[in-house]
Design a protein around this ligand. Structure first.
Ligand SMILES: *[C@@H]1O[C@H](CO)[C@@H](O)[C@H](O)[C@H]1NC(C)=O
Ligand SMILES: *[C@@H]1O[C@H](CO)[C@@H](O)[C@H](O)[C@H]1NC(C)=O
Ligand SMILES: *[C@@H]1O[C@H](CO)[C@@H](O)[C@H](O)[C@H]1NC(C)=O
Length: 501
C-alpha cells in the first residue's frame, strides 16, 4: 500500500515543483495518511487532552526523611455533607511508629501482597471447584510472620456501641468484626478492647436465626451454635494466616453522624493478624452481612473512596451514600457495569475491555472476555500473563533509555532512576465496558523498591497462569474516586486529588 510506493512516486518529480504538482503531492500525502492502515497490533493512537506522558517528580517520592505524624493516627475524623457521610481515610503506614527503614517497609508491602493475592485466588478456586460448603483451604497458603493482612492498608474510625473504633476497610470481605472482651487471644491494639458489657445496646445473635445462616455467604463457613447453645459462633480466615473467631452480635454502628441500628458484627475472642494495631476490620463486600448491605436503607447501597498516597499527609475519604456532588473529582465519573458472579457474591468484578499505554491501545484476546476483580486490599494490579506481556513491552518501548535495575519479587520491569529529578512516564489507562476508564494516577505507575530510587519498578505484575483471576490493586486506584453502586450494579471512576493538604 501507499507507504512503500511513496518513494517511487516522489523520484520522478521535477526539482522545483510547480504549484500544481505541489498540491498533488500534498493530496497524495493526505490520502496516504488516511489510507494507511494501522499496524495489526495497535489501533491508531489518539492523543488525549492530557498528552501521552505525565511528569513524575521523583524528589517527592524519595522516602528518606519522611515524617509520620502519630498524632493523627487514630480517630480519623468524619463529617456529614448534604446526605453524604464522609469518613476520613488514612494509609496505615501514616499511623505506624516513626519509620526508620523505608526500604524494609516498601519491600514488605510487595512480599505480603503476594500472600494476599494467593489467598484471594484460593478462595475463588475453592468456591468454583467445590461450591459453597467447603471450608477455606488454608494449607496452600504459607504462614509468613509479620505479613498477615499487611496489605489492607486503609483505615477509618467508626462508632460502635457508644465507642469510637479504628478499623481497616476491605472490599474483599463482608463481615465486620472487632476484638472483644473477654478475649482468649487478642493481638495488641492501640485503642482499649471493645467491651460488650459496657454497651446497653449490645445483643448476641442467636444461632437459630437467618443472620447466623447468612454467615456462610459472608465468610465461607456456616455459623455454629456456641457452648451456651444460643450464640452464633463464627470463624473467618483470610487465608494468609490471619483469622478471627468469636460470636456474632448486634449493636449500634455510627458512621460519621449516621446511625445504623442493630448492626451485625463479629465479636472476636480469638484473633490473630492485624499488626497495625487497629481494633478490627470493616467488610465492604457485596453479600448480606457487609456494612453496605446492612446500611442499605440509609445509604442506598452506594459508597465511594479516594485512596491517598502514603506520601500525602492529608487523608483521603470513604463516602457513604449517593450524593456525588460532594466528590472533588476533576473529570466526569465514567461508569461500567459490575459483573455478577453468583459463585463469588462477595467480590466486585469488572469487564476489562482494553489497556492503553501512552495513548496506544493494546490488543489481547482476553479483553472483554475475562472478568477482573477490583479490590481495596491488594496493592499491585495483577494482569493475565498475556496482557501483562503486551503492557510491559509497550511500556519499555515508550519509557526507554533509563538504566535497568534488578527485578524485585513480582515486579520484573525495574529501573535505576537515582540520577533523575523527574521523568516523563507514559499514561496507563484501563478500559472497561460502556466506555469507562481508569487513568492510573502518575503516582501509581512506578513502585519504589528502594527509597533512594536506585530500584524503581513498573507497578504492575502478571499472574502466574491464565486461569487465575486478574485484580485491580489499590496502588493503581490512588487519586481516583471509585464509586461502587450495588443498587444499580455499576462502578465508576473519576480523577480526584484525594488529599487536599
Ligand atoms: C467519637 O469521635 C467523635 C469525633 O469524630 C467525637 O465527637 C465523639 O465524642 C467521640 N466519641 C467518643 C465516645 O469518644
Ligand atoms: C455463657 O453463659 C454464661 C452464663 O450465662 C456467661 O457467663 C458466659 O459469658 C456465656 N459465654 C458466652 C461465650 O457467651
Ligand atoms: C464485556 O465487554 C465485551 C466487549 O464490549 C462484550 O462483548 C461482553 O459481552 C462483555 N461481557 C460482559 C459479561 O458484560
Amino acid at each position: 500500500m501507499p507507504a512503500s510506493n511513496s518513494s517511487k512516486i516522489l523520484k520522478p518529480l521535477p526539482p522545483s515543483p510547480s504549484l500544481e504538482s505541489m498540491s498533488l503531492l500534498l493530496l497524495f500525502f493526505l490520502f496516504s495518511f488516511i489510507l494507511h492502515a494501522p499496524p495489526t497490533t495497535y489501533a491508531t493512537s489518539v492523543v488525549h487532552g492530557y498528552g501521552d506522558k505525565q511528569v513524575f517528580d521523583l524528589k517527592k517520592f524519595r522516602w528518606t526523611q519522611q515524617q509520620t505524624d502519630t498524632l493523627n493516627c487514630f480517630h480519623q475524623r468524619s463529617r456529614t455533607e448534604k446526605s453524604a457521610t464522609i469518613l476520613e481515610l488514612h494509609h496505615r503506614d501514616f499511623c505506624s511508629e516513626p519509620i526508620s527503614d523505608w526500604n524494609q517497609i516498601l519491600q514488605k508491602h510487595i512480599l505480603s501482597d503476594q500472600i494476599r493475592v494467593n489467598s484471594l485466588q484460593s478462595r475463588i478456586k475453592t468456591r468454583f471447584s467445590n461450591g459453597f460448603n467447603q471450608q477455606l483451604s488454608q494449607a496452600e497458603i504459607p504462614l509468613t510472620s509479620g505479613a498477615k493482612l499487611d496489605t489492607l492498608n486503609y483505615i477509618v474510625t467508626v462508632g460502635l456501641g457508644g465507642r469510637n473504633l479504628t478499623v481497616i476497610v476491605d472490599t474483599g470481605s463482608d463481615l465486620t468484626w472487632v476484638q472483644c472482651q473477654p478475649c482468649s487471644s487478642c493481638y495488641n491494639q492501640q485503642e482499649p478492647l471493645f467491651n460488650p458489657s459496657e454497651s446497653l445496646s449490645y445483643k448476641s445473635v442467636l444461632c437459630k436465626s437467618t443472620t447466623c445462616e447468612n454467615l456462610e455467604d459472608a465468610t465461607g463457613s456456616s455459623g455454629v451454635c456456641g457452648i451456651n447453645s444460643s450464640s452464633c459462633n463464627y470463624y473467618l480466615s483470610y487465608g494468609d494466616g490471619s483469622y478471627t473467631r468469636g460470636d456474632l452480635a448486634t449493636d449500634n454502628l455510627v458512621l460519621g453522624a449516621t446511625p445504623v441500628k442493630g448492626f451485625v458484627f463479629g465479636c472476636g475472642r480469638v484473633n490473630d493478624g492485624l499488626f497495625g494495631g487497629v481494633s478490627g476490620l470493616m467488610g465492604l463486600g457485596r453479600s448480606a452481612l457487609s456494612v453496605i448491605s446492612q446500611s442499605y436503607n440509609v445509604f442506598g447501597g452506594i459508597f465511594s473512596y479516594c485512596l491517598p498516597s502514603v506520601t500525602d499527609s492529608g487523608p483521603g475519604s470513604l463516602i457513604l451514600g449517593g450524593e456525588t456532588s460532594v466528590y472533588k473529582n476533576s473529570t466526569p465519573i465514567s461508569y461500567t457495569n459490575l459483573i455478577s458472579n453468583p459463585m463469588m457474591s462477595t467480590f466486585y468484578f469488572l469487564n476489562l475491555t482494553g489497556v492503553s499505554i501512552g495513548g496506544v491501545s493494546l490488543q489481547d484476546p482476553s479483553f472483554g472476555k475475562r472478568d477482573i476483580l477490583i479490590d481495596s486490599g491488594t496493592v499491585i494490579t495483577r494482569l493475565f500473563p498475556s496482557v501483562y506481556n503486551v503492557v510491559k513491552s509497550e511500556f519499555l518501548k515508550q519509557f526507554s533509555g533509563f538504566p535497568k535495575a534488578p527485578a524485585f519479587s513480582i515486579l520484573d520491569t525495574c529501573f535505576d532512576l537515582s540520577g533523575y529529578e523527574e521523568v516523563d512516564i507514559p499514561t496507563i489507562k484501563l478500559h472497561f465496558g460502556k466506555e469507562a476508564e481508569l487513568e492510573v494516577d502518575v503516582t501509581g505507575v512506578l513502585y519504589f523498591v528502594k527509597a533512594d530510587a536506585t530500584q524503581v519498578c513498573l507497578a504492575l505484575a502478571g499472574l502466574s497462569d491464565e486461569d487465575e483471576i486478574g485484580i485491580i490493586g489499590n496502588y493503581q486506584q490512588k487519586n481516583t474516586r471509585v464509586v461502587y453502586n450495588t443498587k444499580d450494579s455499576t462502578l465508576g471512576f473519576a480523577k480526584e486529588k484525594c488529599s487536599s493538604d
